[in-house]
Design a protein. Sequence first.
Length: 92
Amino acid sequence: MAEALLQSHAGEISLLPALPPQWPDGSVSGLRARGGYEVSIGWKNGRMYSAQISNPQGGSCVVRYGEKTTRITLAPGEVAGLYSQFAKSLER
């Protein structure tokens, strides 16, 4: 089930890559991605409305939501909120 919400490989983290239509609204926290990243995601009507990514060691990765990508670079312990990077994808 976690693979429907988060996938990570080749330095890229994909958010909600295979969200089932039976889960139109929800949230999840504490998902782990490769490289030591921790991810929290919220969605409504099948669309992401928030995401936070952190890494105790810091690091850089590409984050994907749908067809859009953004690169984030985190200092150790920093949390990145990703709403603004994907805002156009979130519009109805």
